[in-house]
Design a protein around this ligand. Structure first.
Ligand code: 5AD
Ligand code: SF4
Length: 448
């Protein structure tokens, strides 16, 4: 019998990318192959995001497009998973009758069986139970042979007033250090050069585990045993950022000096309504201690503009915070109300045009700061992990520094993707750095 094929379409964050790679692994372990295109696939899976309304609309429009494709190719199964699936459950079938199955990410171990049931009965199936169906033993099918993601925890217990994540990803639960370590060590044996440890709030890693574990300890164990030259993690919550973690960043050679520390807003009144659990002063102390402890640490952040009740003066406080903290980069968003969250019923909504205006102002200030920070690197020699040919110029290479800055440099010698190369920075823009391979012997290590 011919092998069935599957196409996976992924929206949203790294958590979803990691889940899609896991689902691809599960399907391949159970007799599927990955399709070359959605047109030829027997199963199309859409892994969705619901963090903002725009992301959710994208999921619906993709589902509509694939629904048309299904009409031309009856027998194709269309599956919705990820955060929209979790949020709407069976409600998906009312809005999108072309969908054959809705499955939550906690249930992905049961995906092949669910597809068989749909085939056998011809009726749609929904399984968005939040309880885990257990981990499937299949290894993920990863997009890269150089960089990989590993979940250290799932869910979130924080309840930031704007955020849908606790509703769609369930209660916070940490994986055991032994499980994480085994997965990361396997990546090391397979020649991976970089692992990003994923969790909604990695700083609270280990809460509830017996025996007790914490994130700094997990990093120490990974650094000592896994054979991975670069380890990153995301996301950190300011309220749980410990001195122990700062020391781990300072002391562990594999742990990259890059921290994503979402501030969200610069006014205490807004932070309080957001239920973030810290004040601007507390954040200032954390970033100060972090920069003092970890030389050259890169700090990035997330900012939301136009949260309900954000006055012009509050927004000005956010602008001042950006000028003061001089982040290496930010992700910034217009506030988007999400059903079921505490903020969705707050009055004093900021008008959409005003949100748009604030976002432009914020991004233009940050653009200058990011560019100035990048320019500070000109003349320095940095270690670059080569990822592949540069998009702009296929004769040049593209890689990243430990701080995750993109560096483009002309080909020199026998470099291949996965190499570590010392590059002297010769130019800098807003999005990337440019450089030349530094003189001497440059290839420090080679991908296995
Ligand atoms: N509206 C806008 N931005 C949001 N984020 C989370 N929820 C919302 C929302 N309802 C942003 C936060 C978070 C990032 C992943 O997305 O800044 O840190
Ligand atoms: Fe990721 Fe949150 Fe979007 Fe889900 S809702 S995909 S957890 S960003």
């Amino acid at each position: 019998m011919q092998m069935r094929s599957a196409w996976l379409e992924t929206l949203g964050c790294q958590m979803n990318e990691a889940d899609s790679e896991k689902m691809a692994g599960i399907l391949c372990a159970e007799g599927y192959r990955l399709a070359e295109s959605p047109e030829e696939a027997d199963v199309i899976l859409i892994n969705t995001c619901s963090i903002r309304d725009k992301a959710e609309q994208k999921a619906f429009s993709l589902a509509g497009r694939f629904g048309q494709l299904k009409r031309r190719r009856p027998g194709t199964l269309l599956v919705l998973t990820g955060c929209v699936a979790q949020k709407l459950g069976a409600g998906v079938l009312e809005r999108l009758p072309a969908i054959d199955a809705v499955i939550g990410t906690a249930r992905m171990a049961g995906l092949p069986a669910l597809l068989e049931r749909v085939r056998a009965t011809g009726r749609p199936e929904v399984d968005t139970d939040e309880a885990s169906a257990g981990e499937h033993p299949a290894a993920p099918v990863r997009a890269s042979r150089i960089k990989a993601w590993t979940n250290v925890m799932f869910g979130c217990d924080n309840h930031c007033a704007y955020c849908v994540v606790p509703f769609v990803r369930g209660r916070e639960r940490s994986r055991r250090p032994t499980e994480v370590l085994a997965e990361v060590a396997a990546l090391g044996r397979n020649g991976y050069r970089e692992v990003t440890l994923l969790g909604q709030n990695v700083n609270s890693y280990g809460r509830g585990l017996v025996p007790a574990a914490d994130f700094a300890g997990l990093l120490r164990a990974i650094d000592g045993t896994a054979g991975i030259p670069r380890v990153r993690f995301t996301t950190s919550h300011p309220k749980d950022f410990s001195t122990g973690l700062m020391r781990a960043l300072r002391d562990l050679p594999s742990v990259c000096e890059a921290v994503h520390l979402p501030l969200q807003a610069g006014a205490d009144a807004v932070l309080e309504r957001m239920n973030r659990g810290y004040t601007l002063e507390r954040y200032r102390r954390i970033i100060g201690e972090l920069r003092e402890t970890v030389a050259d640490v890169a700090v990035t952040t997330d900012i939301i503009v136009g949260f309900p009740g954000e006055s012009a003066a509050d927004f000005d406080d956010t602008m001042k915070a950006l000028a003061e903290f001089r982040f290496d980069g930010i992700f910034s968003f217009r506030y988007s109300p999400r059903d079921g969250t505490a903020a969705s019923t707050m009055s004093d909504e900021v008008a959409e045009e005003e949100k748009a205006r604030r976002l432009i102002e914020l991004q233009s200030l940050q653009r200058e700061i990011t560019e100035a920070r990048n320019v500070e690197h000109v003349g320095r020699v940095v270690e670059v992990l080569v990822e592949g040919p540069s998009r702009r110029d296929p004769r040049a290479w593209k890689g990243r520094t430990r701080a995750n800055r993109i560096v483009n440099f002309p080909a020199a010698g026998a470099i291949v993707a996965g190499d570590f190369v010392q590059v002297r920075i010769t130019g800098a823009g807003f999005l990337s750095l440019e450089g030349r391979v530094a003189a001497g012997d440059l290839v420090a290590a080679r991908c296995g």
